[in-house]
Design a protein around this ligand. Structure first.
Ligand SMILES: [Zn+2]
Length: 237
């Protein structure tokens, strides 16, 4: 396995959505003629899409899985399945209870926002504790529920030792898209894209689209990397 070396990451200027930040994350790739992408899968509260994980294992495709404490608590079988492949799956922090890192009041996509900085720190810290208890390792990437942030929440989360896991290609729009749309979006992945999809909605059609999209990218000789490989030399897959 040849080392590809110069993979890093870049956080591009975030776009503001109604005063909120939606950080965009892309990879700095080796520019060696192969496209390199990172697949990130969110495990918000919900179930476990065994089919996605099984396909990734069968095809030896690495991914970074962002788990909530709530998901860890209610999916012991899914957790064990993921943790049995530490060579493939890195674990990121998706918060304790899937509370958006947003100040003020109201809801985003049906989720009541944290409201104040103490609640944001609690969400991040308790999510970290859940992952540490489950895996024995401290996660280094944080992705808040909805992936939207109040501007002042970003440095606060970073001060807790996390890098904010943005993305650049939204494959499934919260597992809301039909499988054909998800696969189509993934097939369009550019070199350096960080893809976001979900693995907590086994009864929705989006999951089949994730599998088809991964297969299509593999057939195009696209290389997959995990986010935790970005700051060091990584082996090609
Ligand atoms: Zn989520």
């Amino acid at each position: 396995m040849a080392a590809i070396g110069a993979v890093g990451f870049g956080v591009e200027e975030a776009s503001a959505t109604e005063g909120l930040l939606e950080p965009r994350l892309t990879l700095k790739t080796p520019q060696d003629g192969r496209r390199t992408v990172a697949l990130t899968l969110d495990a918000c509260p919900g179930g476990f899409d065994t089919k996605i994980i099984s396909a990734l294992v069968e095809w030896q495709v690495p991914a970074t899985i962002f788990m909530t404490g709530a998901w860890i608590h209610s999916n012991p079988t899914g957790l064990a399945a993921i943790l049995s492949h530490p060579d493939l799956f890195a674990i990121g922090n998706h918060g304790a209870h899937h509370v958006p890192a947003v100040l003020g009041g109201g809801s985003l996509f049906g989720l009541r926002v944290a409201g104040d900085m103490a609640a944001i720190r609690d969400e991040v810290g308790r999510g970290e504790e859940a992952i540490l208890a489950a895996t024995g390792s401290k996660p280094v990437w944080y992705r808040g529920a909805t992936a939207l942030y109040s501007p002042s929440a970003v440095p606060a989360i970073e001060s807790m030792g996390f890098s904010i896991a943005g993305y650049s290609l939204n494959a499934d729009m919260g597992a809301s898209l039909p499988s054909e749309s998800v696969a189509y979006r993934m097939r369009q992945a550019k070199d350096g894209d960080v893809i976001i999809a979900h693995t907590n909605q086994p009864n929705r059609p989006s999951g089949a689209g994730v599998i088809a999209g991964v297969r299509a990218l593999l057939d195009q000789d696209v290389r997959f990397v995990r986010l935790d490989a970005l700051t060091q030399s990584v082996a090609s897959v």
